[in-house]
Design a protein around this ligand. Structure first.
Ligand SMILES: *Cc1c(COP(=O)(O)O)cnc(C)c1O
Length: 413
C-alpha cells in the first residue's frame, strides 16, 4: 500500500481507503455492521454473518424439526467430512478426504499429538522428543506437557523473540535423531508472526520428524496450502476468522499417507468402521473418519458455512491482501499516534511475516482495554502488556481501524 508509512507523515484518510476497497461491501453482510461498535476481536470470536440467522431458523424448522432423526442418515453423519472437504478446498489447500470437523481444537491437538508420537515411537524408539515453543498458545503447550508425561517423552523448548516467532535457525537447532514431533502455530496468537509453513515442514521432515500445525489464527485470514507444504497434521478453530460462533467445532487435517498408520487415542463409535453395527470391538473407519470420536456437533457446524460462502466469494487471496492493508494501516496509525506516547509494536513489520492482527505494548494496556470495552471499542488484552488489534478482513473497515486507534490514543494522552 502506498501513501502509508512514515512515522511522522499524516496517516491516510480512512474514507479514501474504504472507498478504494473492493471488499468493503462484504461488511454489510455481518450482524452489527451498522452499529457504532469498533470490533477488533474478530480473530477471537468472529461477528455473525447475517445469513446465519435464517440458516439457524431454517435448520430448527425444516431439518431438525421436520426430518428429525432421519436427518442423521440423510446429511448429518456425513457433515464432518463433507464440510471438512469444503473447508480444505476453499481455505486450507487440502485435497478431499483429509479434513474433518468435530471436537475442539484442544481435543484434536491431543488426539493428533498422541497419534503422531506413538507412531514415531513404534517406528524408532529413539524418537522421544516433542518440540514446542514458549510463545505457543497455552493449550498447545499444556497438551504437549501432558502427552510427554503420559508417554515418558521429553519436551524441547524453542524460545522465540516475543515480537517475532519461530525461525528456521531456531528449529534446526533443536531437531535431531530424537525428535518425534514438532508442534507449531502458523500465526502466533500474540505477535501475529507468520511462520514459514513449507520451509519449517521440510526442515522437520529432513530430520525424520512429523509436524502438527495449529492454524487457529490463519484459517480464513491467511492462505494455507497443506498439501503443497507436504504437511502431516493440522488443526484449527472455526469460531475465529471462520465466524462459526462460540464453541463451534474445530477441524483436523491428517495427510492421506498417514491415515492408515496413525491410531488415535479416543477411539469412539463415530470413528468406527460401521457405527450402527454396534459390534463387540473397535474397528477403525477407513480414511479421515477414524479420527472422529463421538456424536458430531451439527448445530455448531451451521454458522461457519455462511462465512465459507463469503470467503469463497471474495477469494482468499483478496482477503489476505485486505488483511495486510488493514494491519499496515493500523501500524501506520500506531507509529504516528501511539509510539510517541510510549507504545511499542509487538508484531512483525514485514507483511510477509505478519498474520491478521497487530499487538501493541504499553504498561497500562490492561486498564486501557477495560476502558475501551466500556466505550464499545473492543480489542483484547494479552499478557504481559499487549493490546491485540484483530482485524477480520471482511467485517472490518479502515474507518473502524482509525476510530479505534484514535480511542487508544485518547486513553493514553
Ligand atoms: C484459540 C486457540 C486455541 C483454542 O483451542 P480451543 O480448544 O478452541 O479452546 C488453540 N490454539 C490456538 C493457537 C488458538 O489461537
Amino acid at each position: 500500500m502506498t501513501g502509508i508509512g512514515g512515522r511522522t507523515a499524516p496517516p491516510t484518510d480512512p474514507a479514501e481507503l474504504d472507498a478504494a476497497d473492493e471488499l468493503a461491501h462484504f461488511r454489510d453482510r455481518f450482524v452489527g455492521a451498522s452499529s457504532p461498535i469498533v470490533y477488533f476481536d474478530g480473530n477471537s470470536l468472529g461477528r455473525p454473518v447475517a445469513a446465519t440467522a435464517e440458516r439457524l431458523s431454517r435448520f430448527v424448522r425444516d431439518e431438525w424439526g421436520g426430518r428429525l432423526i432421519r436427518a442423521w442418515e440423510e446429511t448429518w453423519m456425513e457433515m464432518p467430512t463433507t464440510l471438512g472437504d469444503r473447508l480444505g478446498r476453499v481455505l486450507l489447500g487440502a485435497g478431499p478426504g483429509q479434513v474433518a470437523i468435530g471436537d475442539s481444537t484442544t481435543v484434536w491437538l491431543y488426539k493428533l499429538m498422541r497419534a503422531a508420537v506413538d507412531h514415531q515411537q513404534r517406528s524408532d524408539p529413539a524418537r522421544t522428543e516433542i518440540v514446542v515453543d514458549t510463545d505457543n498458545f497455552p493449550t498447545d503447550r499444556y497438551l504437549a506437557e501432558g502427552v510427554a508425561a503420559e508417554r515418558g517423552l521429553t519436551l524441547r523448548w524453542i524460545e522465540p523473540d516475543p515480537d517475532g516467532g519461530v525461525t528456521a535457525e531456531q528449529l534446526a537447532a533443536v531437531l535431531g535423531v530424537n525428535t518425534a514431533l514438532v508442534v507449531l502455530s502458523h500465526v502466533a496468537y500474540k505477535s501475529a508472526w507468520l511462520a514459514d509453513g513449507p520451509g519449517l515442514t521440510r526442515l522437520a521432515h529432513d530430520a525424520g520428524a512429523l509436524v502438527l500445525w495449529d492454524l487457529c489464527h490463519s484459517a480464513g485470514a491467511v492462505p494455507v496450502d497443506l498439501d503443497g507444504w507436504d504437511a502431516d497434521l493440522a488443526v484449527g478453530c472455526t469460531y475465529k476468522y471462520l465466524n462459526g460462533g462460540p464453541g463451534a467445532p474445530a477441524f483436523g487435517y491428517v495427510a492421506t499417507r498417514l491415515q492408515g498408520v496413525l491410531a488415535q487415542p479416543i477411539q469412539g463409535w463415530m470413528g468406527a468402521a460401521d457405527p450402527f453395527t454396534m459390534g463387540p470391538r473397535y474397528d477403525a473407519a477407513p480414511g479421515i473418519r477414524r479420527f472422529l470420536s463421538g456424536t458430531p456437533a451439527i448445530v455448531g457446524m451451521l454458522a461457519m458455512q455462511d462465512m465459507l460462502d463469503l470467503t469463497e466469494e471474495a477469494g482468499i487471496d483478496a482477503v489476505r491482501a485486505k488483511s495486510l492493508a488493514l494491519t499496515s494501516y493500523a501500524l501506520a496509525l500506531a507509529d504516528a499516534w501511539l509510539v510517541p506516547l510510549g507504545v511499542t509494536v509487538g508484531s512483525p513489520r514485514d507483511g510477509a511475516r505478519r498474520g491478521g492482527h497487530v499487538t501493541l505494548g504499553h504498561p497500562r494496556s490492561r486498564q486501557v482495554v477495560t476502558a475501551l470495552w466500556g466505550l464499545d471499542v473492543i480489542p483484547d488484552y494479552r499478557e504481559p502488556d499487549g493490546i491485540r488489534i484483530g482485524l477480520s478482513p471482511l467485517s472490518t473497515s479502515f474507518a473502524e481501524v482509525h476510530e479505534g486507534l484514535a480511542q487508544v490514543r485518547a486513553r493514553l494522552s
